[in-house]
Design a protein around this ligand. Structure first.
Ligand SMILES: *[C@@H]1O[C@H](CO)[C@@H](O)[C@H](O)[C@H]1NC(C)=O
Ligand SMILES: *[C@@H]1O[C@H](CO)[C@@H](O)[C@H](O)[C@H]1NC(C)=O
Ligand SMILES: *[C@@H]1O[C@H](CO)[C@@H](O)[C@H](O)[C@H]1NC(C)=O
Ligand SMILES: *[C@@H]1O[C@H](CO)[C@@H](O)[C@H](O)[C@H]1NC(C)=O
Ligand SMILES: *[C@@H]1O[C@H](CO)[C@@H](O)[C@H](O)[C@H]1NC(C)=O
Ligand SMILES: *[C@@H]1O[C@H](CO)[C@@H](O)[C@H](O)[C@H]1NC(C)=O
Length: 651
C-alpha cells in the first residue's frame, strides 16, 4: 500500500478519536441552526461532554435554566477568536431579567476541541454533572430547559460579548436514554412493518381552546405482532395544535356502529360519548415527544386476539388563540414486528380521577400538591414484581413537578420516575436507564405539584388544558394479564367543598358519577343553582386559611382507593374484579429516600455541599375510620361509571 494512503488514514483516525461518539442529539432551534450533541457521562466519569454545532462564526451560548428564562440560569459562552484560538467562559444569568451574564467566580467548563469553517462553529466542552458551584446548574434526570443564543460578531475578549442576535429555549432530558435510540435499526430492518392510524379532517373549534376528538378504527386481521416503536406524524403546520394522543383498546366490544363517525369525546357536561367504552390504554404520544423505541428485547403485544377488533384514538387539540380554519389529518404510526421479542410489556395508570371536586388548586400558589395513594393492599394482588421502564407523567398547564414514590417495608426506595421541572409543552416519556421495580405489597404515592401564580380563580380537575390532571401512565415488564390496570384514589368530595365554605346540602353531585364541572352544582348565596365551575369563578373567595386547610386535606384526609389489578387476594384466591376500599389517612413515608450528596473536593472551595434532609410531615390526623356517607353513596356511582369503561377492556 502506498505510504501516502497510510498517513492519511492515520490522520483521519486521530482526528476521529478526539471527537467522542455522541449518544444524544437535539436540534435546539426551528431552523436547525443550533444543534447539540452530548454524552451524559463520558466513560463512567461524572463529566458531561457537549458539542455545539452552530451556524455562526461568532460566539455561541448555551444555558441551563429552571424555567426557560435567563435570570439565574447557568450559562457558558464559547467562540473561536480572531487568532483561531478557542475561548470559553462560564457565566450565569443576572439575578433578574435578561441583562448581561456575569462571569462565574469559579470556571467549571473545560474546552475539549473546536473549530470553525465558512459557515459553522463547532465547539466541544465538558463539565461535571454537579460542579459544586452554586452559580452552576446541577444536571439531573429532570426536564432541563436549555437556553441557546448566538451572534455572528467575534468577541475580542470575555468582556466583549455583544448581545445575541438569535436566542431561544428548548426542553430536553439530558440524563436518561433518548426514547428515539435504536430507531434507525428498526427502520433498516426489513421485518419491520408499519401501521398508520390517521385522523381525517378534524376541524378545530373557535369557541373553546380544547378539543378532545375521538375516532373508532377497525384493526386489520393480522397475526399477533409486537409494537417496537411509534411515531407521531403531525400534519405540517399543525405542530402547535396537536397536543396529545392516546390509543385505547376496546376489548371484545363490537364498535362497528361507530366506524366512520368520529366525534368530540365529551359533551358539554363533560360526559363521555359511547365510544369511550374503550378504556384499556395501548399507546400514547404527547407534545414534545419524539419517536418512542422499545428496548431491543421488548415489545408491546398487538393484534394478539382476533376478537379484539377495534381501537379508539383520542386526540387532544389545543388552540389557545382560537385560530379559525385549522383542520388536521395527523397520524399515529406503529412500527411492528411479527418476530416476537422475548419480553412483553404492560401498562398501569396511577393517578387521581379527573373531577373539580377531587382536584382543586387554589390561585396564587407557588406550589400546591395533590397526593395519590395506591397502598400495598392493592399492589399485593400482583403475583410477581413489575419493572417500570418508562412512563408519561401527565398534568396540564399548572404542573411544575411530579413524582412517583415507592415505599417498601416503610422505607422509600430511589425512584427516577419524577420530574421537578415539569413542562406542559414537553411531555416526552421518562425513559429510565434502570427500571423502577414495584414489588407486591409496595405502597405507591404519586405527587403532583402545581404553580398557580397566574391564576385568579380556583383551578380544578377537568379535561381542558386550563383544567388539571394528575396521572402517572407507566409501562412495565413482564406483562400481566390485563392490558391496562389502574390504581386511583380520591378524597371525599363533600368534605372538600365544605372546606371551601359550602354546606353539604348546598352541593349536588349529580347522579351519574361523572362529577364533571358542569354536572356538580351548587346552590349559591342568592339561592341560584349554578355549576361548580361557575361557582369557583364567580362566588368563591379563596382565603389563606382555606388554602392551608385544603393542602392539609389533599394530603392527610382518608381517601377511597379504586384498585383494578388482577392477581391474588389475601387468602390466595384469584381476584379479577375491581375493588374499592378506603384508607384512613395518608400512606406514611417516615423514611424518605435521600439523594446521596455530591462529594465536592476542598479545592473547589465551594460551600454548596449541604444536603437538606426532607422534613417528615406525613401524619395521620386521626381521621375517622368510616368514610362519610356521601362517599359510600358515590362509590357506587363512581364504580358504575368506571366499570362501564373497564368492563369492556381486554383481559
Ligand atoms: C471511552 O474510552 C474509550 C477507550 O479509552 C474510547 O475509545 C472512547 O472513545 C471513549 N468514549 C467517550 C464517549 O469518550
Ligand atoms: C461547516 O461545518 C458544518 C458542521 O460540521 C457542516 O455542516 C458544513 O457543511 C460545513 N461548511 C463548510 C462550508 O464546509
Ligand atoms: C394470567 O392468566 C393465565 C391464564 O389464566 C394464568 O396462567 C397466569 O398465572 C395469569 N398471570 C397473572 C400474572 O395473573
Ligand atoms: C341544580 O341543577 C341541576 C341541573 O341543572 C340539577 O341536576 C340539580 O338537581 C339542581 N339542584 C337543585 C338543588 O335544584
Ligand atoms: C388461580 O388461577 C390460577 C391460574 O389460572 C390457577 O392455577 C389457580 O388454581 C387459581 N387459584 C384459585 C385459588 O382459584
Ligand atoms: C368528612 O367530614 C365528616 C365531618 O363533617 C367526618 O365525620 C368524616 O370522617 C369526613 N370524611 C372524610 C372521608 O374525610
Amino acid at each position: 500500500m502506498p505510504t501516502v494512503a497510510c498517513v492519511l488514514l492515520a490522520l483521519f483516525t486521530v482526528s476521529f478519536a478526539q471527537r467522542p461518539d455522541f449518544t444524544h442529539h437535539a436540534v435546539l432551534d426551528p431552523n436547525g441552526n443550533f444543534q447539540l450533541n452530548w454524552n451524559p457521562t463520558a466513560n463512567g466519569s461524572d463529566y458531561f461532554t457537549f458539542e455545539c454545532v452552530v451556524a455562526t462564526r461568532g460566539w455561541i451560548g448555551l444555558g441551563f435554566s429552571s424555567n426557560g428564562a435567563m435570570a439565574a440560569a447557568d450559562m457558558v459562552i464559547a467562540w473561536v477568536d480572531a487568532s483561531g484560538n478557542l475561548q470559553i467562559s462560564d457565566r450565569h444569568g443576572p439575578a433578574q431579567g435578561n441583562g448581561y451574564p456575569p462571569v462565574d467566580s469559579k470556571q467549571d467548563y473545560e474546552l475539549v476541541s473546536g473549530r470553525k469553517n465558512n459557515t459553522h462553529t463547532i465547539i466541544t466542552f465538558r463539565r461535571k454533572q454537579d460542579t459544586c458551584d452554586p452559580q452552576d446548574w446541577k444536571i439531573t434526570s429532570d426536564t432541563t430547559r436549555l437556553i441557546w443564543a448566538y451572534n455572528d460578531q467575534v468577541p475580542t475578549s470575555a468582556d466583549d460579548i455583544s448581545k445575541h442576535t438569535e436566542r431561544g429555549v428548548k426542553s430536553v432530558q439530558l440524563v436518561n436514554p433518548q426514547t428515539k435510540d435504536g430507531m434507525s435499526a428498526i427502520l433498516a430492518d426489513p421485518s419491520t412493518v408499519t401501521y398508520d392510524f390517521r385522523l381525517t379532517s378534524v376541524t378545530l373549534p373557535t369557541e373553546k381552546r380544547t378539543l378532545y376528538w375521538c375516532e373508532i378504527m377497525e384493526l386489520p386481521k393480522w397475526n399477533k405482532h409486537h409494537i417496537i416503536a411509534n411515531r407521531m406524524l403531525v400534519q405540517k403546520g399543525n405542530e402547535r395544535y396537536v397536543h396529545h394522543l392516546v390509543m385505547y383498546g376496546c376489548g371484545e366490544e363490537d364498535m362497528s356502529e361507530h366506524l366512520g363517525k368520529p366525534a368530540a369525546c365529551f359533551d358539554d357536561m363533560g360526559v363521555f360519548n359511547p365510544m369511550h367504552k374503550c378504556s384499556s390504554y395501548r399507546a400514547i404520544w404527547a407534545v414534545g415527544g419524539e419517536d418512542f423505541v422499545y428496548p431491543s428485547n421488548m415489545g408491546a403485544p398487538f393484534f394478539e386476539d382476533p376478537k379484539q377488533r377495534f381501537v379508539l384514538l383520542e386526540m387532544h387539540y389545543d388552540n389557545p388563540d382560537l385560530k379559525p380554519g385549522i383542520t388536521d389529518n395527523s397520524a399515529f404510526r406503529l412500527y411492528l414486528t411479527e418476530k416476537l421479542r422475548p419480553v412483553e410489556t404492560g401498562r398501569i395508570t396511577i393517578g387521581l380521577p379527573v373531577s373539580p371536586v377531587w382536584i382543586t388548586i387554589p390561585p396564587k400558589q407557588q406550589r400546591f400538591t395533590t397526593y395519590v395513594y395506591c397502598p400495598g393492599k392493592c399492589t399485593s394482588r400482583m403475583t410477581e414484581p413489575i419493572n417500570v421502564f418508562t412512563g408519561l407523567l401527565h398534568t396540564h398547564l399548572l404542573g411544575v413537578a411530579m413524582r412517583v414514590r415507592v415505599i417498601r417495608n416503610g422505607e422509600e426506595i430511589k425512584s427516577d420516575m419524577r420530574d421537578d421541572h415539569y413542562d406542559f409543552n414537553y411531555q416526552t416519556p421518562v425513559y429510565l436507564s434502570k427500571p423502577l421495580v414495584i414489588m407486591p405489597g409496595d405502597d405507591i404515592i404519586v405527587e403532583c405539584t402545581y404553580g398557580s401564580m397566574d391564576r385568579d380563580t380556583m383551578a380544578y380537575g377537568g379535561y381542558g388544558s386550563d383544567n388539571e390532571m394528575c396521572l402517572a401512565l407507566l409501562e412495565y415488564y413482564p406483562k400481566r394479564n390485563l392490558t391496562s390496570e389502574n390504581c386511583m384514589s380520591f378524597v371525599d368530595p363533600k368534605n372538600l367543598t365544605e372546606i371551601l365554605g359550602l354546606k353539604k346540602d348546598q352541593v349536588s353531585l349529580g347522579s351519574d358519577g361523572v362529577l364533571s364541572e358542569n354536572v356538580v352544582t351548587v346552590m349559591n348565596k342568592n339561592q341560584q343553582n349554578v355549576t361548580i365551575a361557575d361557582w369557583y369563578k364567580n362566588d368563591l373567595k379563596v382565603t389563606n386559611e382555606m388554602v392551608t386547610k385544603l393542602q392539609n386535606y389533599m394530603k392527610n384526609s382518608p381517601q377511597a382507593v379504586f384498585c383494578n389489578l388482577q392477581g391474588k387476594d389475601d387468602e390466595g384466591g384469584n381476584v379479577t374484579d375491581v375493588t374499592f376500599f378506603q384508607i384512613d389517612g395518608p400512606i406514611e413515608n417516615n423514611r424518605p429516600y435521600v439523594e446521596p450528596p455530591t462529594v465536592c473536593s476542598a479545592s473547589t472551595g465551594s460551600s454548596l455541599a449541604a444536603t437538606t434532609q426532607p422534613t417528615q410531615t406525613t401524619t395521620n390526623h386521626g381521621a375517622s375510620k368510616v368514610f362519610s356517607e356521601v362517599v359510600h353513596e358515590y362509590i357506587d356511582v363512581i364504580r358504575k361509571f368506571i366499570l362501564s369503561r373497564v368492563e369492556s377492556s381486554d383481559g
